[in-house]
Design a protein around this ligand. Sequence first.
Ligand code: PLP
Length: 394
Amino acid sequence: MDVFAKCFEFTRDLEVQAAGLYPFFKTIEGNHGSRVVIDGREVVMAGSNNYLGLTGHPKVVEAAIAATREYGTSCSGSRYANGTYVIHVELEEKLADFMDKPKALCFTTGYTTNMGAISVLAGRRDIIYSDRENHSCIMDATQLTFAETRKYKHDDMDDLARVLENSPPDAGKLLVTDGVFSMKGTICRLPEIVELKKKYGMRVFVDDAHGVGVIGPTGRGTAEHYGLDKDVDVVMGTFSKSFAGLGGFIAGEERVISYVKHHARQLIFAASMTPASVAAVSTALDMIRSEPEHLQNLQKVVKQVRDEFRRIGYPVNDEATPIIYVKVGEDIEAFQFWKELLELGVYTNPVITPGVPQGQSGVRASFMAIHTESDIARVIDAFEKLGKKYGLLG
Ligand SMILES: Cc1ncc(COP(=O)(O)O)c(C=O)c1O
């Protein structure tokens, strides 16, 4: 049996391409902030995680250029060996201070941050409690570790309590959850999780990739949003979203961070963040702290788009996050809806299984601090037209 047989049998991509509905790996020809060029046309970008709109900000761009001039284009090695530059250490100090935790540690991507940190924090004889709709890098981390993983129904605290009640009392327990769920933009039920933490003596690890820089009065994320900073043991964040770079971090107690630093293979055996990315992230962090207008603009846009979606008849609540999920149905219908949105000048992200359960495929629209009134009007107009056509409006 040829090990590649499955590759030749896989034809789903070709079928969807032949139907003219293939939505993935779409090429972006130009990036002008809230607008991008796709297929030679300028469209509104409503599918980016650049929530604060800082990736093209002159201060961030200049910092990345200056760091490249100073340190070169690559560190050419891992943090452990030859890839720790003074700017990596400075960034970690600033992050710890911002997150109000004793220490922080940076990895090269958000994905490997979770894989490295979770897989070493939970080991043999430990149990990981994981929401069924957690991000795939959390799922991958649970496959890497010797710990047992017990999943609970998405956002269902009764189910989590049931799973905890049926666990051996003396097992080490680590609860891992997205702070803001990346596909639907909902915020996890941290207050209930913290109650259960106290009852069952577990540790709590929050992946706040879509929360840090986005929610909470100063942008510190889900824990700050609920006023529960002290109750979260480890916060994980990524730099590819609000922080205008590439990389990830965890923040927590000094001994916990040191343990991860000396055990996580994804840190020890992978090249470190590039100087350009470190400098971009560091500058974005300074701006998040000293220029609250970026977060305020985002909050204004979030309120406006949520109000507008509700006005035109979508079942959208007033959650504080910039992600709006529109359920369309089966995969092929979601692709068709996505394509028609693009024809109307709006780029979104198609979401299909396993990102969401079967039959709940749709599109994910995400918003940025830099979206203008006319961008929002274009998005709302397109969603209204298609909502009527597809019978999605209430
Ligand atoms: C919840 C969550 N965690 C982790 C990651 C991984 O981060 P990155 O893409 O920066 O590696 C993502 C990215 O999409 C995410 O949405």
